[in-house]
Design a protein around this ligand. Structure first.
Ligand code: SAM
Ligand code: SF4
Length: 317
């Protein structure tokens, strides 16, 4: 359906858990999360009803996210059910990749067509630092497993953090020559509790283009990334700039959190609950949420932090 600003809403980002096996500094606090009661979260049945209700309103692309979606014991079954909903043409998963060695193949068989893998650094010590607990080797093994499984073009997402990984822009970009994948640099968003990053950490992602001489401009692919390519590369370089040049005018998405809150806008605290509703009720609630989507998310900067009222692990990115 179309919202009040003429934007066609076709994309649902569905978070299936707030929990994660990593603790990225920009995403969640060190001591994890304040665990919600099981009864507060959407059940699998409610989650599938929410997908059906969204599809009835014209949602055709679904992204499953989290927290880390692959820690959910029922993730394969959930993806298979999602992929069989009428009207859902694409089921994508966003993951930190560490559990892909076991799950890349079953996810593909369940009908997931695309994977976005988050990877901010190729340095094992920096990986441990930024994730607080993770091993780079697990993420790289996950990437290799995904490449072996015949997914459509895999996207590797790196949050660009000044003073942390801006020196790795060229090595991360080089992955597009070595593998058939896209590497996308995403600006760090100032969330409620997203670590103690100083102003220097918040770089506009145009910096990535400046550090990659010879980039060719590519045609847009319908995503929010500006696309480029290194000469001779197999995949694109994408720049995603939610902070320095917001793309709200083209926003085609809504979000549903693991506890069943529809978020019409990532950076607004407005939420409407789906918990406990039947499918008709969910459809009407989703319709109301789409009609209440704001025109834009307001200023975002080091000083003007997101008004989302949640950290990213509780929204899904
Ligand atoms: N655990 C999965 C993962 O890491 O891909 C899915 C959930 S994670 C919240 C989704 C995306 O949000 C990841 O690519 C992560 O890097 C990004 N993210 C989290 N916090 C962010 C922030 N403060 N600014 C920009 N991106 C952020
Ligand atoms: Fe977990 Fe993803 Fe957040 Fe990192 S970015 S803590 S992997 S949810």
């Amino acid at each position: 359906m179309t919202d009040t600003y003429g934007r066609k809403i076709t994309y649902l980002r569905l978070s299936v858990t707030e929990r994660c096996n990593l603790r990225c500094r920009y995403c969640m606090p060190e001591d994890g999360i304040c665990k919600k009661r099981h009864e507060e979260m959407l059940t699998q049945e409610e989650t599938v009803s929410a997908i059906r209700a969204a599809a009835a309103l014209g949602i055709s692309k679904l992204r499953i996210t989290g927290g880390e979606p692959l820690i959910k014991p029922n993730i394969i079954d959930l993806c298979a059910q999602a992929a069989s909903v009428d009207g859902i043409r694409e089921v994508c998963v966003t993951t930190n990749g560490t559990l892909l060695p076991k799950l890349a193949k079953p996810l593909r068989e369940a009908g997931v067509s695309r994977l976005n893998i988050s990877l901010d650094t190729l340095d094992p010590e920096k990986f441990r630092y930024i994730t607080r607990v993770g091993n780079l080797s697990d993420a790289l093994a996950g990437l290799e497993a995904a490449l072996d499984c015949g997914y459509d073009r895999i996207k590797l997402n790196a949050v660009l953090i000044g003073g942390f990984n801006d020196d790795e822009i060229p090595v991360l970009a080089e992955l597009t020559r070595r593998y058939p994948l896209d590497v996308r640099f995403i600006e760090l968003m100032p969330m409620y509790d997203s670590g103690d990053f100083g102003p220097e950490a918040f770089l506009p992602c145009t910096v990535a283009a400046e550090r990659l001489p010879g980039l060719e401009v590519m045609e847009p692919d319908g995503s929010v990334a500006k696309l480029y390519r290194l000469p001779g590369a197999q995949g694109n370089i994408g720049l995603i700039s939610p902070v320095s040049a917001h793309f709200c005018a083209e926003c085609n998405r809504i979000r549903v959190t693991a506890d069943g809150k529809v978020k019409p806008c990532l950076h607004s605290s407005d939420e409407i609950s789906l918990k406990g509703l039947d499918e008709d009720g969910m459809r009407e609630t989703l319709r109301r949420a789409i009609l209440s989507k704001p025109r834009w998310h307001g200023e975002l900067s080091y000083r003007e932090r997101s008004r989302a009222g949640r950290n990213m692990n509780q929204i899904g990115g």
